[in-house]
Design a protein around this ligand. Structure first.
Ligand SMILES: NC(=O)c1ccc[n+]([C@@H]2O[C@H](COP(=O)([O-])OP(=O)(O)OC[C@H]3O[C@@H](n4cnc5c(N)ncnc54)[C@H](O)[C@@H]3O)[C@@H](O)[C@H]2O)c1
Ligand SMILES: [Zn+2]
Length: 367
């Protein structure tokens, strides 16, 4: 089944969700044990292994990964799950455990989890004794295609996301889709939204991909991120295209936290991409068909959540936009598309048009 608006339509009509094929696709995949065994060469060179994970991931995957690593002596660091723990207190806890076990500069931290774990663990490792090695083993789709790749680490601070961080590359990133077999459907859809981002900015085929080729789909998204990061590691220019959908997305995400209706990151990005496509039609001559096709995908991406975002919220979202850290001064900067695979960045959009794009998002997400 091709990932097209028609196929999504037919799934909606039959009540069959878009990702029903996932378990079938996952069953045919290898066990993470085989995948992680490939890490032997790195492990033989380190003095001690620490594994950082969270309480949701640990029961499913920690024993598997330890077994695969042949690492009975690894020190386990299991933290509480969720973005609210991606903070300095948790980093201090990790540093203390590393110190208690006399981790030296030749120690290795394995980050086993979603983007919260890879961001936190990467930050803790890259700062402990001026930096120890770390490996990312992403267990969410979002982390496999985005968070675990590209060398950005970080924590939230002072009420704002990712305010403190480092650029530090993992020694290796082990992507194995088998981990997704235990991931809630809502989280899968959130990751799929982030994956579609790569289709819009770099590869139209990703927007049409066959979900049965799931593994291939993930690796292509990762490949695109790696290529872009290699060309612009410090985000001086080109890397900004990876923020497609994120200007409006982050502002909506922040606003929804305050009305106590949190959206997952990918859900907010899905809304942000709808707005960015709408602006691209108005400002950059993007073919309207691209927008119409995405409107159908959007409903599937948001099918596990309720959108409590209404016209009355537009001013609040505009306030968050003014504080976006991608801004130059107080003007929000957008990544827009002239065509699929043809993004433009640092685009300033007048406030009235931004407001209109938010009203469009509200309308289209409530159908
Ligand atoms: N550094 C980067 O370049 C970058 C890029 C994108 C996102 N991020 C960061 O990534 C984070 C979001 O990542 P995320 O969506 O992976 O969130 P997450 O790490 O919070 O994981 C989502 C939820 O799924 C659970 N989980 C993870 N793997 C599981 C599995 N296999 N089975 C069952 N449950 C599982 C987690 O415990 C958590 O409750 C954000 O903090 C974001 O800022 C970083
Ligand atoms: Zn994102």
């Amino acid at each position: 089944m091709a990932l097209t608006s028609e196929s999504i339509d037919s799934h909606q009509r039959t009540g069959q969700p878009w990702n029903d094929m996932l378990p079938e696709a996952l069953e045919s995949m290898s066990s993470p044990r085989e995948e992680v065994r490939g890490m032997g060469s790195i492990l033989s060179k380190v003095s001690q292994v620490f594994i950082l994970t969270d309480e949701n991931v640990a029961p499913f995957w920690l024993p598997e990964v330890e077994y695969g690593l042949k690492c009975e002596k690894a020190v386990e660091i299991v933290i509480k799950p969720g973005e609210q723990h991606k903070n300095l207190q948790t980093v201090q806890r990790i540093w203390k455990i590393l110190m208690k076990h006399h981790a030296d500069r030749n120690s290795l931290l394995v980050n086993l989890g979603g983007g919260v774990i890879t961001d936190l663990g990467g930050f803790a490792a890259s700062t402990y004794k001026r930096g120890i090695k770390f490996i990312n083993v992403p267990t969410t789709l979002l982390a496999m295609v985005d968070a675990a790749i590209g060398g950005k680490t970080g924590i939230d601070f002072g009420g704002a996301k990712n305010q403190i961080g480092t650029f530090a590359e993992a020694e290796d990133v082990l992507v194995d889709p088998v981990f997704l077999s235990t991931l809630p459907r809502r989280e899968i859809l959130s990751g799929l939204a982030e994956m579609l981002k790569y289709g819009f900015v770099a590869d139209a085929d990703l927007l049409k991909s066959n979900l049965k080729d799931y593994q291939q789909y993930i690796s292509r998204a990762g490949e695109i991120k790696r290529e872009i990061v290699a060309k612009d590691p410090m985000e001086n220019g080109l890397r900004k295209i990876l923020n497609f959908g994120h200007t409006l997305g982050h502002a909506i995400e922040s606003h929804c936290l305050t009305i106590d209706y949190p959206l997952l990151h990918g859900e907010a990005v899905a809304l942000g991409m709808a707005g960015a496509l709408w602006l691209s039609v108005k400002r950059c001559g993007l073919d309207e068909k691209v927008l119409k096709d995405f409107e159908k995908k959007l409903l599937v991406l948001l099918s596990e959540t309720e959108i409590a975002f209404a016209d009355a919220d537009v001013e609040s979202v505009m306030g968050y936009l003014a504080h976006d850290k991608k801004n130059q001064g107080d003007k929000p900067q957008f990544v827009l598309l002239e065509a699929i695979g043809n993004p433009v960045w640092n685009v300033e959009v007048e406030p009235d048009l931004v407001k209109a794009s938010l009203l469009y998002i509200i309308k289209v997400s409530r159908r």
